[in-house]
Design a binder for this molecule. Structure first.
Ligand SMILES: Nc1nc2c(ncn2[C@@H]2O[C@H](COP(=O)(O)OP(=O)(O)OP(=O)(O)O)[C@@H](O)[C@H]2O)c(=O)[nH]1
Ligand SMILES: [Mg+2]
Length: 223
């Protein structure tokens, strides 16, 4: 069973984008479930998603990549045991770390008779707010970009061309290996391409040595 995470800081457009990707994958014949991690007070996203006829689970009370990794793993296993999706699309909280979420997803193997595979990690970057994000939460945004396989520069329907270019240059510098794409969840731009990557491609399993190396690059070399 594949886990596909759509990461990105708060408000980067994850829910909007993920619904479109899920609908596309359902149309292609996949059995899709969605897990949304809400850390705030207003937990309306899962209900919103179910209004589209998709199977959705909401987890609140902390971040599923660390604080409540155990309840995330149980939710994944329960979905497998009851609904048997072939892909679970996960919306981590806006502060989650992609590699932590991979590890948490793999914990679910203890509770079910299936192996976890990871779809490419997609991190959304809000092209409208890129500058203010880098001024306020730069480290976190960098980590989410560094640990992505695909960085999707989102909201290009409304962002000025110079902001899109700035976002792209920043992403290229932080993660030269990432595939960089542009689009808009609102206009369904880039959704089919991401659905195909989720369908066809794989990202490595959690490896503590790789995670340590990613963190070392970020926190030691750049001091
Ligand atoms: N212009 C534009 N706005 C968008 C797009 N996608 C989302 N938005 C807007 O951005 C805001 C946040 O969108 P969400 O989809 O809720 O983002 P999110 O990342 O799930 O937000 P959190 O779950 O709160 O972290 C909303 O006001 C959306 O209408 C887009 O492609 N273009
Ligand atoms: Mg959301």
């Amino acid at each position: 069973m594949k886990i596909a995470q759509i990461a990105g800081f708060l408000g980067s457009g994850k829910t909007t984008f993920l619904i479109e990707v899920a609908k596309e994958l359902v149309n292609r014949g996949h059995r899709i479930a969605i897990v949304v991690n809400d850390v705030g007070d207003i937990n309306v996203d899962a209900k919103f998603i179910e209004s589209y006829g998709l199977k959705a689970k909401e987890i609140s009370g902390g971040c599923i990549c660390c604080q409540i990794a155990g309840s995330f793993a149980t939710t994944v296993a329960t979905l497998y045991n009851t609904f048997k999706p072939d892909i679970i699309i996960v919306e981590p909280s806006g502060v989650a770390i992609p590699w932590g979420l991979k590890r948490a997803a793999e914990y679910s193997e203890e509770e079910m008779d299936a192996k976890i595979e990871h779809a490419p990690v997609v991190t959304l970057v809000d092209a409208i707010r890129i500058e203010e994000l880098l001024n306020s939460v730069r480290r976190l945004v960098e980590t989410q970009i560094r640990e992505a396989d695909v960085v999707f520069i989102n909201k290009i329907d409304a962002a000025a061309p110079d902001k899109i270019k700035y976002a792209e240059e920043f992403v290229r510098q932080v993660n030269p290996n990432a595939k960089i794409m542009h689009g808009s969840g609102r206009n369904n731009q880039g959704v089919k391409e991401i659905a195909t990557l989720i369908e066809k491609d794989l990202s490595p399993r959690y490896d503590e040595a790789v995670e340590k190396e990613l963190l070392r690059k970020q926190y030691v070399e750049r001091q």
